[in-house]
Design a protein around this ligand. Structure first.
Ligand SMILES: [Zn+2]
Length: 95
């Protein structure tokens, strides 16, 4: 199983952890990890923003809030998505 492929003709096979999608190339059968859709990315940004706002609010109330597990998961998903997007761009640029 390879994670790199430069063909464009792919079929979506499944939704992976944290909303990432995996697709399979029709030409070489490679399994390729795709960045998630804009809708999912927006959802994660909202989760991060809300958690941030709650943390700031709690702080002003004199309570030191620890960002929720949800926010950490969303943040991790966004960071990973950035990495997957960059990898896709690099693959597209490769001769
Ligand atoms: Zn391929």
């Amino acid at each position: 199983m390879t994670l790199t492929c430069r063909h464009q003709d792919r079929v979506s096979i499944k939704r992976a952890f944290l909303g990432f999608r995996q697709s399979q190339c029709k030409t070489c059968d490679a399994i390729v990890e795709e960045p998630f859709s804009n809708g999912v990315a927006t959802f994660y940004w909202i989760v991060v923003a809300l958690s941030g706002a709650i943390t700031v609010y709690m702080f002003t109330q004199g309570t030191l809030a620890v960002p929720g597990v949800l926010a950490l998961g969303a943040g991790a998903a966004l960071i990973k998505n950035r990495a997957v997007e960059n990898r896709s761009k690099e693959e597209a640029r490769r001769p």
